[in-house]
Design a protein around this ligand. Structure first.
Ligand code: ZN
Length: 259
């Protein structure tokens, strides 16, 4: 057995926006990145599972068991831990190669400080977001019940989605539909997740989808960490606000690191 090398890994404190937890996380080491990298070409479920373990193992302060951690950490809370892990492992600078101006189309390499545009919108309400069920009335007979997914719900649900693309993410927040039966019995039918649930989602008009996505934003996803930078194009002077997807950037850095 080798002895532990005298290397002190940097640590950073993170606060989760939805649950208000605080954790200390340490920088990733080569073995963490290597293990994660080997999963990049796996299924989404495997990648998420690896990601959750990666994050959990990087927490050095007091923490619950792994199972409890993924059951009580929302996907948005996980983003804030990823942001901290990114900062402590790779630093504050975010490089974008050949960013294309949306006005003149000219490309520019950007190098920006993420912390300068960082914002934590912390939930301060008294009823916890975790476990909250919010009804969204779609018409006089049907309502959708939305929840904020935890990492555990996400892992369980991901197999139910045929297309695991970003357009489907709002469905992850839908817990069920409740509606009054056609036969005037006033019976409330509950349509839970699964294939039939997906078919039900596909019947919704866009206006109802918007009611649902607006409610998801207002109740859940606006409490998040975000990174927005004001960009001014050096070619045409066009100004725009760039919203960094640091989770995507995190994946990119982990897959490149040590190479
Ligand atoms: Zn421009």
């Amino acid at each position: 057995m080798f002895e532990r090398l005298p290397i002190d890994l940097p640590e950073i404190e993170v606060i989760t926006p939805q649950s208000g937890q605080s954790y200390r996380v340490r920088a990733l080491v080569f073995a963490n990145e290597h293990s994660f990298r080997s999963s990049i070409y796996s299924t989404t479920k495997t990648i998420l599972d690896k990601l959750n373990h990666l994050i959990y193992n990087a927490i050095v302060s007091e923490k619950p068991s792994y199972e409890e951690f993924i059951s009580t950490t929302t996907t948005i809370d996980r983003d804030s831990i990823i942001y901290g892990l990114y900062q402590v492992s790779y630093g504050d600078i975010y490089n974008i190669e050949k960013y294309q101006c949306t006005s003149c189309g000219k490309k520019e390499d950007l190098s920006v400080s993420m912390s300068s545009g960082f914002n934590l919108n912390k939930y301060e309400g008294k009823d916890p977001i975790l476990g909250a069920e919010i009804p969204v009335q779609l018409n006089d007979r049907i309502k959708a019940i939305i929840v904020q997914p935890t990492c555990k719900i996400e892992l369980d649900e991901i197999d139910n989605y045929v297309n695991e693309n970003r357009d489907m993410i709002w469905r992850m927040h839908l817990d069920r539909f409740e509606y009054i039966a056609d036969d005037d019995s006033e019976q409330v039918i509950s349509k839970d997740k699964g294939i039939k649930f997906n078919i039900a989602c596909n019947q919704l008009p866009s206006s109802m989808v918007k009611l649902i996505t607006d409610a998801i934003y207002e109740n859940f996803t606006k409490y998040q960490v975000e990174c927005k930078i004001n960009y001014e194009c050096p070619h045409c002077g066009h100004k725009e606000e760039l919203n960094f997807d640091f989770t995507q950037q995190f994946f990119r850095m982990v897959s490149r690191s040590g190479k």
